[in-house]
Design a protein around this ligand. Sequence first.
Ligand SMILES: Nc1ncnc2c1ncn2[C@@H]1O[C@H](COP(=O)(O)OP(=O)(O)O)[C@@H](O)[C@H]1O
Ligand SMILES: [Mg+2]
Length: 238
Amino acid sequence: MLEARALCKQFGSLTVIDQVDFRLGADEAVGIVGPNGAGKTTLLNLLSGAMQPSAGQISYRDADIKDHDAAARCRLGIGRSHQVPRPFIGMTVFENVLVAAQQGGNAHGPDAYQRGVDALQACCMLERANRRAETLGLLDRKRLELARALATKPDILLLDEIGGGLTDGEAEELVQIIQQLRKRGIAIVWIEHIVHILVQVVDRLICMDAGRIIADGLPAVVLADKAVMSAYLGGGAI
Ligand SMILES: Nc1ncnc2c1ncn2[C@@H]1O[C@H](COP(=O)(O)OP(=O)(O)O)[C@@H](O)[C@H]1O
Ligand SMILES: [Mg+2]
């Protein structure tokens, strides 16, 4: 459904993404792991349209989307969350999802309202609908980040370390929500350091190191891979 070929991204003389080929099937959930600085967030930025690649191709449902910006890709069905949640400050939780439904999801009037309610319900945030975004704790900010992405009615969700900073118990709550989203048929690309959380959701794991994909396959196989283990040496255990 989403495919990148020979993707490259350079910042000046620094090559951050180096000839990456990536494929995501409809209904698939793929996890991305790798040491800090491996290029995971940059890859997500290239897929979401937040950044332009230096070279390579990106297609979605067999159409070339390389020149579509993030807003256009979002309207096509590619939603994302950010490593640091980015709610609209000064707005309520409900206003946040409403804006997402309208601006990112082409929904209007009662449709947008219903989409917002549905997204909040799916992310266990309905009872906080009237809270201002800036008053939320970290778990609720992460849930709101998910709800905003969901309100755009994505076919694919790109998640960047949505579990970061949470306790194991809190991360488990996010897992339950994300599993429900999978059941709706939403395909998922999820970057996460907490691997035991990640493998509860994904059926495939990719490991990146120094801008390249060094392993791609079943989670158990990738985690036992020698190249993956050595990529983490010095960078902390998986
Ligand atoms: N906008 C940028 N300008 C220059 N260098 C960047 C930029 N964004 C990321 N980098 C560099 O690219 C590399 C990969 O970063 P990133 O994709 O954030 O890695 P990860 O998410 O795997 O930790 C790092 O060396 C980082 O410093
Ligand atoms: Mg990152």
